[in-house]
Design a protein around this ligand. Structure first.
Ligand code: COA
Length: 188
């Protein structure tokens, strides 16, 4: 866990409310939906997940990866839940409590796409990160070819800063990443 002075820092486990959805911690009952969503062609096009993606990978994500992220202070993972069912995942990652910076990542399951859920969830999460967790800068990075993800960041109010060259990897190879940010002073 990160320590600033004598204070150990990690994100609290909370439920955040959006318009028609909740951001809540992952649960064991999400495993089947995560497996399905991460076997989707578009998800695998843009995220360097195991391929083929098996149920055991989803179990590891819920039981190990998400827990470890929260306990170490590096991040926190939420299900984007609509009427109780997981429709996507969004997380804070690579958090640096000393500089007050973090990054948002997301995917939306095929059955949740087409209603701007990534952008709306991103807005809820970035406000929580900047206001409640008192971080200073939140980044979203999307491959230059991933227009839907870029639209998500833009609809959440993020500012495009530029392109980080050769910064990411997907199954198709290395990619340039468009870097977006929202900083504390951007909030109304
Ligand atoms: C990126 C992703 C999360 C967006 O899901 P979503 O919130 O349901 O997005 P929507 O389908 O509502 O589309 C959002 C916007 O992108 C546009 N869009 C969607 N697919 C598009 C495509 N293939 N090409 C161009 N524009 C596209 C939509 O028209 C919409 O535009 P608008 O904001 O002007 O209305 C989802 O596509 C996904 O999970 N992709 C795979 C994983 C991924 O890329 N994660 C992000 C890694 S950085």
């Amino acid at each position: 866990m990160t320590e600033i002075g004598a204070v150990a820092v990690r994100f609290p486990k909370v439920v955040l409310e959006g318009d028609g959805f909740l951001l809540r911690p992952l649960e064991a009952r999400d495993v089947d939906d995560i497996t399905l969503a991460c076997q989707d062609e578009t998800t695998l096009e843009w995220l360097p997940l195991p391929q083929p993606y098996e149920r055991e990978h989803a179990e590891g994500f819920v039981e190990v990866v998400a827990k470890e992220a929260q306990e170490s202070g590096r991040g926190v993972v939420f299900a984007i839940a609509v009427e109780g069912r997981l429709h996507g995942c969004i997380d804070l990652k690579a958090t640096d409590w000393l500089t007050g910076t973090t990054e948002i990542g997301y995917w939306v399951a095929p059955w949740g796409r087409g209603r701007g859920l990534a952008g709306r969830a991103t807005r809820v999460l970035v406000e929580w990160a900047l206001r409640d967790q008192r971080l200073q800068r939140v980044v979203v990075q999307a491959a230059t070819g991933n227009v839907a993800s870029q639209r998500g960041a833009e609809s959440a109010g993020f500012i495009r800063e530029g392109v980080a060259r050769n910064a990411g990897i997907v199954h198709g190879g290395r990619v340039d990443l468009v870097v977006y940010s929202l900083v504390a002073s951007d909030l109304p």
